[in-house]
Design a binder for this molecule. Structure first.
Ligand code: DGL
Length: 282
């Protein structure tokens, strides 16, 4: 057994959205201790420039490494897209996992006709990480990216369905999905059959998005696939926790613990007590 196996897994996100990944990890690996850091003071990352995202992500990763973790999971699509390689380089040989490759894998497997739509933040879409990751797995795939900036505050506000969310979603997506009941779009390519949620916040809006894109479109996200990949990596590196007692969870945020607890509960799917969250500075 590797001695580091007793340490927690460190998860990082720009805010509370990464708690969707935390939840999937806790379900798959119920004995692993988890240390979560949400950089709410600097949220959102998705509208920021690449260099800024890399700088912020490296600082957050340093904080988790200083506290002692056996693996880092960048549970933020924007930070993974811009900074995964920089974090891997800086903290080698610590294993560092992101959410983009697992999300791309989930979408590539789910799609039958190979036309996949990725919705994500502006930075994730403009960086092209998902588009590249999907076509690495399925070179023939047609990947359409769409930045959906307003989905982030809607999810944080707890507005997960209803006419306002569906109206916003239609505004972003109607042109892409208007033909999706037909076999081919006006452009001649097959109509998209898969929608990949390339942002930690978007799984909360899944029901509304399904109403907008139609029931024939499969909606996938990276949380469950990331948890599976983390489990495989821990096993391969001999870092799986050996105990079978209850796991310990810690939640850190860089601003407003009360808001983190309130909004975080939506993403975690359970009540997160104010007292469970600690304030840290980076
Ligand atoms: N966590 C970010 C992501 O998954 C969304 C929020 C932000 O823009 O910082 O892309």
């Amino acid at each position: 057994m590797n001695d580091s196996s007793r340490l927690p897994i460190g998860l990082f996100d720009s805010g509370m959205g990464g708690l969707t990944v935390f939840k999937a990890l806790a379900e798959r690996l119920p004995h692993e201790d988890l240390l979560y850091l949400g950089d709410t003071a600097r949220l959102p990352y998705g509208t920021k420039g690449r260099d800024t995202i890399i700088r912020y992500t490296l600082k957050a990763a340093q904080k988790l490494v200083d506290m002692g973790v056996k693996m880092l999971v960048i549970a933020c699509n924007t930070a993974t897209s811009a900074a995964l390689e920089a974090v891997r380089e800086q903290f080698a040989p610590l294993p560092v996992m992101g959410v983009v490759a697992p999300g791309a894998q989930a979408a590539a497997q789910a799609s039958v006709n190979g036309h996949i739509v990725v919705v994500a933040t502006e930075a994730t879409i403009s960086g092209g990480a998902y588009q590249q990751a999907i076509t690495r797995i399925r070179p023939e795939a047609v990947v359409t990216g769409r930045a959906c900036t307003l989905f982030v505050p809607l999810a944080e506000e707890g507005w997960m369905n209803g006419p306002i969310v569906e109206g916003v979603a239609s505004r972003y997506l109607a042109d892409i999905f208007s033909d999706s009941t037909n076999e081919t779009c006006a452009t001649g390519t097959a109509a998209p059959d898969t929608l990949l949620l390339g942002c930690t916040h978007f799984p909360l809006l899944q029901e509304a998005l399904q109403n907008v894109v139609g029931s024939q479109v499969r909606i996938v996200d990276s949380a469950a696939t990331t948890a599976l990949r983390v489990a495989e990596e821990l096993k391969a590196t001999n870092l799986l926790c050996q105990g079978n007692g209850p796991a310990h969870y810690r939640f850190l945020t860089t601003d407003n613990t009360a808001r983190f607890a309130r909004t975080g509960s939506l993403f975690l799917g359970r009540e997160l007590g104010h007292g469970e969250v600690s304030l840290v500075d980076l």
